[in-house]
Ligand binder design. Structure first.
Ligand code: NAD
Length: 261
């Protein structure tokens, strides 16, 4: 990945940070985007200390705001003159509630961040990649972008949309050397998932985690590093022909019908 320029949104923690670590090891230059300024500064400082040989830029942006997305793209182009990869990862889960009782403001917020945030990223990065005749894009969907998930209507709707938009970008821009895929993580132990376990069992979130892991064929939750490695492949030149796919990384769980033994 030496000399490649990769943008990662939602880079301050969780899956974005895990991918940043893997890509930094592989010597990519990074543009790290997040709206959590303190957390992003901490992340960037620690990555810069560990990897003084690569360039790391940080841009504070809320991906649900079009002009802030345009700005992170402009900053990347001004500094590096190109964008080789976009990891469109920032997203939120929202609150858990049945479909008919879902809070409408939260519903709209989830759509604004998970769907519109990914779309704005595509809208502003693709023209840059088109000029280069090269680009790799990874959008983060979820198993909730393949299946229904109880009490998560806007999340599931937004993640199905991300999967659909990834196919769309793949078919419209493949002729410009741009390969676009979505990934569909299952339960990967990040701060977002830890928060979900707190909602399921506020008294004992660890018990909710253990219970959840039992359902997986591997009997475990996923490691953010594993997702980072999949992203690193899809966003590199090693990926020569995979495009328009939604690739599950979930220990096989989305293939299972019925309960684990
Ligand atoms: P996380 O909450 O641990 O981290 C998300 C990061 O995105 C945070 O740093 C947060 O500040 C940032 N962010 C959120 N909204 C933003 C916005 N509007 N603008 C800029 N930054 C924003 O979450 P995570 O588990 O790392 O999830 C990352 C992505 O992976 C999300 O899209 C999520 O839906 C998806 N995902 C995660 C899992 C999992 O098991 N962790 C499973 C499936 C999908």
């Amino acid at each position: 990945m030496k000399d490649k320029v990769i943008i990662i949104t939602g880079a301050a923690m969780g899956l974005g940070l895990a991918a940043a670590k893997v890509l930094a090891e592989r010597k990519a230059n990074l543009v790290l985007v997040d709206f959590n300024e303190n957390q992003l500064n901490e992340t960037v400082e620690s990555l810069k200390n560990q990897h003084p040989d690569i360039k790391i830029l940080s841009v504070i942006a809320d991906v649900s705001k079009e002009e802030q997305v345009k700005n992170y793209v402009d900053v990347a182009v001004k500094e590096f003159g190109r964008i080789d990869g976009l990891y469109n990862n920032a997203g939120i889960e929202g609150r858990q509630a049945p479909l008919t009782e879902y809070d409408l403001n939260v519903f709209k917020k989830v759509i604004d961040i998970n769907l519109m945030g990914v779309y704005y990223g595509l809208r502003y990065v693709i023209p840059v990649m088109k000029k280069q005749n090269y680009g790799r894009i990874v959008n983060v969907a979820s198993v909730g972008g393949i299946r229904g998930v109880l009490n998560q209507t806007p999340y599931v709707a937004s993640k199905h949309a991300v999967s659909g938009m990834s196919k769309q970008a793949a078919v419209e821009y493949g002729k410009y050397g741009i390969l676009t895929n979505a990934i569909a993580p299952g339960a990967i132990l990040t701060p977002m998932v830890a928060e979900a376990f707190k909602q399921v069992n506020p008294e004992d979130p660890k018990a909710a985690e253990t219970e959840y892991a039992k359902r997986n064929p591997t009997r475990s939750l996923g490691d953010p590093q594993d997702v980072g490695k999949l992203v690193a492949f899809l966003i590199s030149e090693d990926n020569g022909y995979v495009s328009g796919q939604t690739i599950a990384i979930d220990g096989g769980e989305s293939n299972m019908y019925g309960n684990a033994e």
